[in-house]
Design a protein around this ligand. Structure first.
Ligand SMILES: Cc1cc2nc3c(=O)[nH]c(=O)nc-3n(C[C@H](O)[C@H](O)[C@H](O)COP(=O)(O)OP(=O)(O)OC[C@H]3O[C@@H](n4cnc5c(N)ncnc54)[C@H](O)[C@@H]3O)c2cc1C
Length: 483
């Protein structure tokens, strides 16, 4: 899913991420087998066909304990293998990890779920955690011309201030037709912003799209795959359980409930975790993988499966063939600085709030406590920005000061004393940038070294990154790698 605010198309509307096609997250569309779709996309994108059989007990190193690495280890352990999970951080979870927000254990980055997150819901079921899942009817809004107005359904679009009827119609038509399209391939080598401009016209693009592109992708905004953006629009269109209502899910205890459940299951099936143990090099000889090097030394393995962000792969696998290294080296990623605020008062009644204001350099915010009941009002404001951009070099205080100002502008009732606490978290590789013809640039997940596999969230293109997609992909990759 993506900055969360949502640029919701008119007609059908949304699901969380869905709300804004550029939203950071990417939950799936309601009524659509998104996991299956993601798997199919992944296969198409990577050129890999996941088959599934597995044989003989193998000792396999898994790099990264985010949802994908956990899913790999979970599948391997359940299939009778011996996964050893190496995680650089002091905790499992990657982007879904939690922290102590002064007494509140909560994710560094907001997470919500959709009823089409099949792979995620299946694991919950297998772990006996299905009763921890709850569904809430959520609202979406748009902060535009100094006011919060409803957003995310056809009536909201019609009533949206300051847009001509023809602009609304073109915006709605594009969203509607996008939901009817099933084949992403013709859009794969098309540039997204010009594709949208052609359809919706200059006026609707300026008001409803431009800032989403610019405040999420900066210098990459005009070189994104239309298939990647389309998959979000389509998801939006299929994500509501009625034209006017959306229901999103959360777990009791947040993503940590899933993480703990998976870890316990992996360990009970013989898997081993090595936290604070970054893999510094994958050792390979004569095109056969031998094992991994960490600050603790060398450990031999039958196979190695990496789920760390692709831009880091070349660093830990410098012995790969040059053409493969060049492919990994050409991948770009967006970083995130995510501000989380604990408040005495709500900002608004919306879960998603899209923002188009010349005074604010953000495309939206997520008021998480409007999804999951919390002791205080919790708001996340993500700043997506390329890691090499000067903005990313600014200290946390820079973002915190702006966010406090913006929240008080959106809701003038909020005063300084209403801010109980506010913190920033950063993730350097928060999302791949999928340019036109993206799949052609991805190396195969089965690398040209026997026993060595590597993938990250890029591999389920054109789907956006998501917990369910990472789980689905990870389980399939594990089966294939162990076969
Ligand atoms: C702001 C934000 C909001 C989001 N909202 C949602 C949402 O609402 N719903 C949803 O489904 N998804 C959401 N997501 C996406 C979701 O968090 C990701 O899709 C998911 O976490 C990806 O998991 P992964 O395991 O593929 O990658 P990661 O979570 O990135 O895991 C990679 C792991 O590799 C580790 N690592 C890196 N280098 C090394 C090394 N050398 N050795 C060992 N370990 C290493 C990292 O520390 C990390 O733990 C959101 C993400 C962000 C940033």
């Amino acid at each position: 899913m993506t900055m969360n605010n949502q640029n919701v198309p008119p007609a059908p509307a949304t699901h969380a991420n869905a709300a804004n096609p550029l939203n950071p997250v990417s939950p799936q569309a309601v009524g659509v087998d998104a996991s299956a779709a993601a798997g199919a996309y992944a296969e198409a994108a990577s050129g890999t066909t996941f088959t599934g059989a597995s044989s003989g007990k193998q000792r396999i190193a898994v790099l990264g304990a985010g949802p994908m690495g956990l899913a790999v280890a979970y599948q391997l352990a359940r299939d009778g293998h011996e996964p050893v999970i190496f995680e650089a951080d002091d905790r499992i979870g990657g982007m879904t990890a939690s922290f102590d927000f002064n007494g509140l254990h909560i994710e560094r980055y907001y997470h919500f779920h959709c009823i089409s997150d099949h792979a995620f819901l299946k694991v919950l079921d297998e772990l006996g955690l299905a009763d921890k899942m709850h569904w809430t009817e959520t609202k979406m809004g748009y902060y535009y011309k100094g006011k919060v107005v409803p957003w995310g359904n056809p009536v909201a679009l019609l009533k949206f201030p300051g847009l001509s009827l023809i602009a609304k119609f073109r915006y709605g038509l594009h969203a509607f037709l996008s939901t009817k399209r099933n084949d992403w391939k013709p859009l794969d080598n098309v540039e997204a912003s010009s594709w949208i401009r052609r359809w919706v016209g200059k006026e609707a693009y300026e008001v409803l799209w431009r800032r989403l592109f610019e405040y999420k992708f900066y210098n990459y905004a005009n070189n994104l795959s239309a298939a990647w953006i389309w998959s979000r629009i389509r998801r939006i269109g299929r994500s509501r359980y009625s034209l006017f209502r959306e229901k999103l899910g959360y777990l009791d205890g947040g993503s940590n409930t899933l993480l703990k459940g998976m870890r316990t299951d992996i360990e009970s099936h013989g898997g081993v975790f090595r936290l604070k143990t970054p893999v510094t090099r994958v050792r390979m000889e004569d095109s056969v993988v031998k094992g991994v090097e960490t600050p603790e030394g060398f450990e031999a393995f039958d196979k190695v499966i990496s789920t760390i962000p692709l831009p880091l792969v070349s660093r830990v696998m410098p012995d790969l063939p040059q053409d493969v290294l060049a492919k990994f080296g050409s991948m770009h990623n967006i970083a995130v600085v995510c501000i989380i605020a604990k408040l005495r008062k709500p900002v608004s009644e919306n879960f998603w709030l899209n923002i188009n204001s010349p005074e604010m350099d953000i495309p939206g915010l997520v008021e998480y406590s409007n999804l999951r009941p919390m002791p205080h009002h919790i708001v996340y404001v993500p700043y997506y920005v390329p890691g090499e951009h000067p903005l990313y070099q600014e200290p946390d205080a820079h973002f915190i000061e702006k966010v406090k100002r913006y929240l008080q502008t959106i809701n003038p009732d909020l005063v300084e004393e209403d801010f109980i606490d506010i913190k920033a978290s950063r993730y350097r590789y928060a999302q791949p940038i999928c340019e036109p013809s993206f799949p052609a640039r991805l190396p195969d997940v089965a690398l040209p070294v026997k026993g060595l596999w590597a993938a990250d969230t890029s591999y389920y293109y054109p789907e956006d990154r998501g917990i369910s997609e990472s789980i689905d992909f990870g389980r399939k990759m594990a089966r294939q790698a162990a076969a």
